[in-house]
Design a protein around this ligand. Structure first.
Ligand SMILES: NC(=O)c1ccc[n+]([C@@H]2O[C@H](COP(=O)([O-])OP(=O)(O)OC[C@H]3O[C@@H](n4cnc5c(N)ncnc54)[C@H](OP(=O)(O)O)[C@@H]3O)[C@@H](O)[C@H]2O)c1
Length: 243
């Protein structure tokens, strides 16, 4: 039987790569972001009824609740939920605006928690077997990075959330894990200066920044029966830079 997978922030970057990979393996997939993208529209044209795309703001709990309920109704079940949508405002804390702090807390942390809560509610009602939650963290959660303290706080919060939730819903057969990528070549890291980019590559044993393709295999694995005994874990994928 096919799985149904929900992904937040599937319009571009890592989220788009996850949507594409899970469609390729035959899942029914639903995703939301604030805006669409030509790449997502092309996938919708190709996969038709197996892909649901909506425009919602992760910072709006009612919108997220509606999205998850509509998807559960349409596909009849939710097997996997991947909380991926995030924003990063870079800057020293001393001059960071309240609006930037609020945006990161409400999208990255509260938005992910609400999204996962809605998915878990459905999973508990449906008594889904083999269900999983994966939250996308970052290596900065554990390692820190100047200019990313608030972003790092949201990601560290997500890791704590995943570990506690894993204990809470494990007895109901739902697994919860986090993936912590190193710097990736996406829009989110587009503001990195060439100097910072080459410094990161130099410090990385595998000699380069990551690509979404380097991360999606692990996400697909965690959302599969092959990971049936893995829960409460944070998997770092960073080319060895934090080793
Ligand atoms: N890139 C990196 O270096 C890196 C490193 C470690 C971890 N990560 C993590 O990996 C994940 C994916 O990042 P990425 O690099 O792929 O970022 P990205 O290219 O900027 O894509 C972010 C996605 O999230 C969506 N999004 C942002 N704010 C949203 C909101 N308020 N409501 C709904 N959707 C929203 C975006 O769509 P809209 O803008 O249209 O809403 C987009 O689809 C994030 O959790 C990020 O923290 C990234």
């Amino acid at each position: 039987m096919h799985s149904t997978s929900l992904i937040s922030g599937g319009s571009r970057g890592l989220g788009l790569a996850i949507v594409e990979r899970l469609l390729e393996r035959g899942d029914e997939v639903a995703t939301f972001s604030r805006s669409g993208s030509p790449a997502l529209a092309a996938l919708a044209a190709k996969h038709g009824h197996r892909l649901v795309v909506e425009q919602c703001d992760a910072a709006d709990p009612e919108a997220i609740r509606g999205f998850v309920e509509r998807v559960a109704k349409r596909f009849g079940r939710i097997d996997h939920c991947i909380a991926n949508a995030a924003v990063a405002h870079e800057g020293v804390l001393a001059t960071m605006a309240d609006s930037e702090i609020d945006a990161m807390l409400s999208v990255n942390l509260k938005g992910s928690i609400v999204f996962v809560r809605e998915a878990v509610r459905q999973m508990l009602v449906e008594r889904s077997t083999g269900a999983s939650i994966t939250v996308i963290s970052s290596v900065v959660a554990s390692r820190g990075s100047p200019g990313l303290s608030v972003y790092a706080a949201t990601k560290a919060g997500l890791e704590g959330f995943a570990k506690s939730l894993a204990r809470e819903v494990g007895p109901r057969g739902i697994r919860v894990n986090a993936i912590a990528p190193g710097f990736l070549e996406t829009d989110l890291s587009a503001s990195l200066s060439p100097e910072n980019r080459s410094r990161i590559a130099r410090r990385t044993p595998l000699g380069r920044l990551g690509l979404p393709a380097d991360i999606v295999g692990a996400i697909e694995f965690l959302a599969s029966p092959r990971a049936a005994f893995i829960t409460g874990q944070v998997l770092t994928i960073d080319g060895g830079s934090s080793a």
